[in-house]
Design a protein around this ligand. Structure first.
Ligand code: HEM
Length: 213
């Protein structure tokens, strides 16, 4: 598929997945949260603010990889880049707060790993831009955006994991359907992380500038 067309398809799919997930939180009503809220004073505001800044990062991130923008409008690229980095710093620090309220260890460590990867790849990409190592900057920002997109891939893999659970249990639900969904939501972020990191390294390696510094 043409590069630009597949990029638009990725934007379309990502927004199509994320917007319905975000919608209940924009009403600012803790009772409509899908995530179980145990603290209306800390967990809920941290979660909502995390979501708003993560969304800004997702949208600005998409613009940053459109050639027309960063080649022809370097000032706009710099402004959107700072917005991307700033939103990720705010959103990831807030997700550290949200992680404290997750009651399952496998799931909380997945989000913790995701937070560390998000901060690390993004700050690395930012430093490379400041130091004017633009090829390295490009690679780290591709990695950073790959991590941002775990929010999308982690949710896309859910139906596949539901099917895998059902199949691996001999086409039964041994502990009921709710238990199946719970189990799947403990591992989906892990699968999203592995998948996106592999895809991103593949993109970097096959790009013409991939082997240079
Ligand atoms: C990539 C780094 C990210 C990290 C570390 C992260 C962290 C978290 C955490 C810890 C939760 C709470 C999960 C729970 O308690 O069950 C959460 C929920 C959520 N996040 Fe993020 N997030 C990230 C990226 C994003 C992005 C890019 C978006 C896009 C807007 C986003 C939107 C959401 C939404 C909508 C929820 C609520 C999910 C639900 O209702 O099931 N997150 N995130």
């Amino acid at each position: 598929m043409h590069k630009r067309k597949s990029w638009w398809l990725l934007i379309f799919v990502s927004l199509g997945v994320i917007i319905p997930f975000m919608a209940p939180y924009l009403m600012l009503d803790p009772d409509s949260s899908r995530v179980t809220i145990t603290s209306k004073a800390i967990q809920y505001p941290a979660l909502v603010t995390h979501i708003v800044f993560a969304f800004i990062a997702l949208v600005t991130g998409f613009f940053q990889f459109v050639d027309r923008f960063h080649l022809k409008k370097p000032k706009l690229h710099r402004f959107l880049g700072r917005t991307y980095v700033g939103s990720i710093v705010i959103s990831s620090l807030l997700s550290l707060v949200v992680v404290l309220y997750i009651d399952n260890f496998t799931k909380s460590v997945a989000f913790l790993t995701l937070t560390i990867l998000w901060l690390f790849t993004t700050l690395k990409g930012y430093r490379k831009a400041v130091k004017r190592s633009f090829n390295e900057h490009r690679k780290w920002m591709i990695r950073s955006f790959g991590v941002t997109l775990v929010a999308v891939s982690g949710r896309i893999v859910v139906p596949v994991l539901l099917l895998a659970y059902y199949t691996l249990n001999g086409f039964t639900f041994p502990d009921g359907r709710d238990k199946m969904i719970e189990e799947v939501l403990h591992v989906n972020i892990w699968i999203g992380i592995v998948l996106n990191l592999v895809i991103v390294e593949w993109i970097i390696l096959k790009s013409p500038k991939g082997h240079k510094n």
